[in-house]
Design a protein around this ligand. Structure first.
Ligand code: SAM
Length: 375
């Protein structure tokens, strides 16, 4: 296992009133779903971080050394309320967004999250369709929450799980959380009626890569879709290092040796995972290769941080302050125009130019933390 010292840096988030002011524009236009950014990409997905807090301290995301009891988490009044999140979501839905993913931090820690899900499940696209509502969770309290989430109208669930070996899992979550409880949560979700649950495993070479085949074997044939994520250089505090990235091609090669696979088509344009199916018909796995095979070219995602800043990239270092617009009496039309204008200026393609841009706290080149912006 590669041991290293994580430098103590204070991760950035945009402090109250410090985000960029979203450009509303002088001439308001009717909301539409055809806004393209400077690279021709269209806005289709929205990820919303509902809390910047988490009960895990995964070493690659919220390392204990940084996210300790002195960490300046957002105060309750800084968070977008359920009403504000729902209003913003309805406005985004008039701009072509049909998929919403709630994330964090650990979204199930947000009190009464099922109430928000119920509110979001009432939102309709201009064509009268409900939104596709998904949630990413560490699964730690899923056993308790699965039935309520399903009843509230949540459609899709992704559970993060980095291995089946209890000792490795406890070490990676760094709060001694047992793997059995997450597996029980997944079973509870299946029993509550969630289908095609996805399980995301972040692979760190030298830490949990020997768990790849065991994970594939465990979920093969279960109806649950396992996906392997390359360890990314998100934020500025996870001590990222290319030597710890196991390329997805190697993940697939290792599974192939045990269980033959073949590539299959994406479900839709802009899907981040590349899909592979088992030749024996027992399901599929996916790989998310954000480091070795970037997918910036068709990225259709925007992100809303816990305190209502809109980020155009997971690797951004600045956001647009929509909370201030929401709280200053702006109309839906003005906010829709601000979103369209913000999206149309988008130029980022961080993963394609990674390396020259990689965060280096000593040079002041820092990116916001994933727990704040939403994974
Ligand atoms: N707490 C929830 C969870 O654990 O799924 C949602 C938030 S978490 C930030 C979302 C996803 O991001 C998780 O699957 C997590 O493993 C992944 N993630 C966090 N840091 C990462 C990194 N440095 N590289 C790759 N994936 C990462």
């Amino acid at each position: 296992m590669v041991e290293k010292v994580i430098p103590k840096v204070i991760p950035i988030r945009i402090d109250e009133g410090k985000g960029l002011l979203p450009p509303i524009g002088a001439q308001l236009v009717a909301p539409h779903g055809n806004t393209k950014d400077t690279r021709g990409r269209t806005l289709r997905d929205l990820r919303i971080s509902v809390t910047d807090r988490c009960n895990f301290r995964c070493t690659y995301c919220m390392p204990k050394e940084v996210f300790d009891h002195n960490y300046p988490y957002l105060a309750h009044q800084e968070l977008l309320s359920f009403e504000e999140i729902t209003r913003l979501t309805s406005i985004f839905s008039t701009l072509g967004v049909e998929k919403i993913r709630l994330t964090g931090g650990e979204p199930l820690l947000r009190k009464n999250l099922e109430v928000l899900i119920e509110m979001l499940s009432q939102v309709r696209t201009p064509q009268g369709k409900p939104l596709d509502l998904a949630l990413t969770t560490n699964g730690s309290i899923l056993l308790k929450k699965a039935t309520a989430l399903k009843a509230a109208g949540l459609q899709r669930l992704t559970v993060s799980l980095d291995g089946l070996d209890d000792a490795i899992f406890r070490k990676m979550n760094d709060v001694d959380f047992p793997v059995a409880d997450v597996l029980d949560g997944i079973t509870a979700a299946q029993e509550a009626g969630f289908e095609n649950i996805k399980v995301n495993m972040v692979v760190k070479r030298g830490t949990n890569d020997h768990e790849i085949v065991a994970m594939a074997k465990y979920f093969k044939g279960s109806g649950t879709i396992l996906r392997f994520i390359e360890f990314m250089d998100v934020g500025s505090s996870n001590g990222w290092n290319m030597a710890e990235v196991l390329p997805s091609a190697e993940v697939i090669a290792r599974i192939q040796e045990a269980f033959p696979l073949e590539p299959i088509e994406a479900n839709y344009s802009g899907e981040v995972a590349q899909r592979w199916r088992y030749l024996d018909g027992s399901g599929e796995v996916g790989v998310i290769s954000s480091v070795t095979q970037t997918f910036c070219h068709d990225c259709s995602r925007a992100r809303i941080s816990t305190d209502g800043q809109m980020y155009l990239c997971l690797f951004a270092n600045e956001g647009f302050d929509f909370k201030t617009l929401l709280r200053s009496g702006r109309s839906d039309l003005e906010i829709a125009n601000a979103i369209m204008n913000t999206w149309s200026t988008r130029d980022d393609h961080y993963s394609e130019i990674r390396g020259s841009q990689t965060a280096n706290p000593s040079t002041g080149n820092r990116k916001v933390e994933m727990s704040y912006i939403g994974g």
